[in-house]
Design a protein. Sequence first.
Length: 276
Amino acid sequence: MPSRANARDALDNRASKPGRAAPRAPGTMQQSLFDFGAVSSLTDDSPAIACGEQPQQRMEAFGVTAMSDTELIAMMLQGNGVGAKDALAVARSLVAEAGSLAALAGWQPADFRKMKSIGRIKGCQLSAIAEIGRRMMRGTGGALPIMNRAELIAAHMEPIVLGLAVEKFYVLCLNRKNRLIKLVEATSGTATAALAHPREVFRIAIREGATAVVCVHNHPSSGDPAPSNPDVVVTRQLREAAKAVDIELIDHVIIGRRESDPLGVGFYSFRNAGML
């Protein structure tokens, strides 16, 4: 029988030389932590990120539609020395500062650069991505869209003006069947004004061979699509100019935000209001 001293020595040896961990069950993911630098960098209050919680791995496993707003932004920030943990932290700060993902669409490179860890190039890249999204929404992807009703016009234009910080005035050039030939930005103004002269509007229409036009501008500051006095004046001028050049003015639509519209519609149509 071994002595008590020998038993104690055996226990001490076992404690100083632990055995291997039990093998994982098939199909389970190892929750090892990624190394984000020195150990001191992990002493903050940010939660550690497990492999299975990485934005890239979540995208690969579940698809892009399963990603949260923060994770999508983090995917664009990650790389060039920026790890997943830091990218997620910056992404959270961006969404919190802007108020929503949609609001970020209106940020300029200088706005992004105000945030910690975002430099000149990354700020330009993020702003470019928002513009790419707007331009992609302009694509028809098939038959030319019909623009003969305010609801159709607003649905087409809302993604384009989403997040813009200044007023822009657009001319939608249409063919004989009221299908969109080309969308042209006529003017870009301030946060509260971007009215176009009728001469410029119909110069664009004639250049593009349009038989009819729709005019659209946004109200980014207030979000209320109700027309101002200058909006009413320019619409009357457009109506008279359309008659003079024999190009039909289908509508003049103002795009706002539903939450800022007392009627909850999010747009205003001069035709629906009986002014055209």
